[in-house]
Design a protein around this ligand. Structure first.
Ligand code: NDP
Ligand code: HSE
Length: 428
């Protein structure tokens, strides 16, 4: 029996995600009330344009452009507007008036997370954000709760669906970057500003959130190293395939002796690695923790309905807390670890170059690696139609700084005609 008063839910945004939140909230009203122990009453939906066409599940009578009044009359506020402002101001208003808030806004959290969490803590409110990373995939709650007693050592994920789709199409059917991007645009996978996806900004926002939770340390967005996929060539994709690798845009954060590293870049991974099997626009996050070992989370990382699933999961948690009371979750940033710049990060590299096919060339190239303290693991040589030798050199782990020194020295070497590819190797 439901004895608690109805909880007033304010929804900010009725776009791809908001419209699905509204539909599911209304369609599943009875079931949700039974789970929570209180009716969840959608009292209003803030939008920009009252005249815009909405899907059927969005009741026109609930739409308003007055977000502030809506927020002040709510018990729980769901922010799915996106962007920094007015989302930030709206969330602060809601928290300061004691409401719990649910957001899917990775950009806002990665940029102003500390301010928002501090505001929540001051008034004893909660900020939930399961949908902000990898949408439907439960990854925030596992890090915040299930693994809270363990020590996460590394997270490596594919957290941007559109770039995974683009790389997958380049790999599986040999499309050019431009053609694969055109397909992704047609399918609606890319953000309104595609740079956010293809230059790795979206993935960087997500890894900043994951790293902060995993390592109990504030990891600001500007300290996340970022490279996108725009320089990946069909030749690199083909060479990767021929050599048993696939190129993925990886979001990585790890705990190392001197601190933590958070970074996004395209890298080779072996075709037998679990992340290599993540095709199309899917996402997956591979977590390594000291006691738990390796864990993999896989599923839809985007889409209105999928993202709404994560938002509603948070809504049930927030509503239950309302009904039963209690402090809720508090994230700890007690560790205050240093966030390392990329040049202090250790990775393996694969360097492909065209060299003169002459005596002593191989020895001179090997010496260049040795002089910079970079240990070579594999060398493959083939002679190409231009009668130069194509050398593919795989290194053991080396710092980015030493790799950059190797690349500069090779570029200046008389033995080397051109460097055609420098790419990191992960997951070996
Ligand atoms: P949309 O652009 O589809 O929708 C945004 C909604 O917010 C629209 O209804 C818009 O109103 C409303 N809105 C925007 N600005 C204002 C404002 N100033 N005042 C009132 N309403 C406003 O975004 P999505 O639904 O795709 O994304 C929402 C959030 O979810 C973002 O933070 C996004 O990063 C995140 N997210 C999205 C995923 C996805 O697959 N789409 C996946 C995971 C997270 P109007 O309709 O009138 O223009
Ligand atoms: N643009 C994002 C992606 C949407 O491609 O994954 C989900 O955050």
């Amino acid at each position: 029996m439901i004895e608690y008063r109805p909880l007033r839910i304010a929804l900010l945004g009725a776009g791809s995600v908001g419209a699905e939140v509204a539909r599911l909230l209304i369609e599943n009203r009875e079931e949700l009330a039974a789970r929570v122990g209180a009716e969840l009453e959608l009292v209003g939906i803030a939008v920009r344009d009252l005249k815009a066409k909405r899907p059927e599940g969005v009741p026109a009578e609930l739409l308003t452009t007055d977000a502030e009044t809506l927020i002040l009359g709510a018990d729980i506020v769901i922010e799915v507007m996106g962007g920094l402002e007015p989302a930030r101001t709206c969330i602060l208003q809601a928290l300061n008036s004691g409401s719990d808030v649910i957001t899917a806004n990775k950009y806002l959290l990665a940029t102003h997370g500390t301010e928002l969490f501090d505001a929540a803590e001051q008034v004893g409110a909660q900020l939930y954000f399961e949908a902000a990373v990898a949408a439907a995939i439960p990854i925030i709650r596992p890090l915040r709760e299930s693994l809270a007693g363990d020590k996460v050592t590394r997270i490596m994920g594919i957290v941007n669906g559109s770039t995974n789709y683009i790389l997958d199409r380049m790999d599986s059917v040999g499309l050019s970057l431009e053609a694969a991007m055109a397909e992704a645009t047609e399918l609606g996978y890319l953000e309104a500003d595609p740079t956010l996806d293809i230059e790795g900004y979206d993935a960087a926002q997500k890894v900043a959130i994951l790293a902060s939770l995993a390592f109990h340390t504030e990891v600001p967005l500007e300290k996340v190293y970022r490279e996108g996929i725009t320089k990946i060539t069909p030749e690199q994709i083909r060479a990767a395939k021929d050599n048993g690798y696939v190129i993925k845009l990886l979001a990585i954060c790890e705990r190392v002796e001197e601190g933590v590293s958070a970074r996004v870049y395209p890298a080779l991974i072996p075709r037998e690695h679990p992340l290599a099997a993540v095709r199309g626009a899917f996402n997956a996050v591979f977590v390594e923790a000291e006691a738990a070992g390796a864990l993999m989370f896989y599923g839809s990382g985007a889409g209105g309905t999928q993202t709404a699933s994560a938002v509603l999961g948070d809504l049930v948690s927030a509503a239950k807390r309302h009904v039963a009371g209690g402090p809720g979750l508090a994230d700890s940033v007690h560790a205050e670890l240093d966030v390392l710049p990329i040049d202090r990060v250790n990775t393996r590299f694969q360097i492909t170059l065209e060299a003169k096919d002459q005596p002593g060339v191989l020895a001179s190239i090997a010496a260049t690696f040795a002089e910079q303290g970079v240990s070579v693991e594999t060398v493959e040589q083939s002679i190409n139609p231009r009668k130069t030798a194509t050398l593919m050199v795989g290194t053991h782990e080396a710092t980015e700084a030493s790799l950059q020194s190797v690349v500069s020295a090779l570029a200046a070497s008389d033995a080397v005609e051109s460097i055609t590819s420098v790419i990191r190797v992960e997951g070996v």
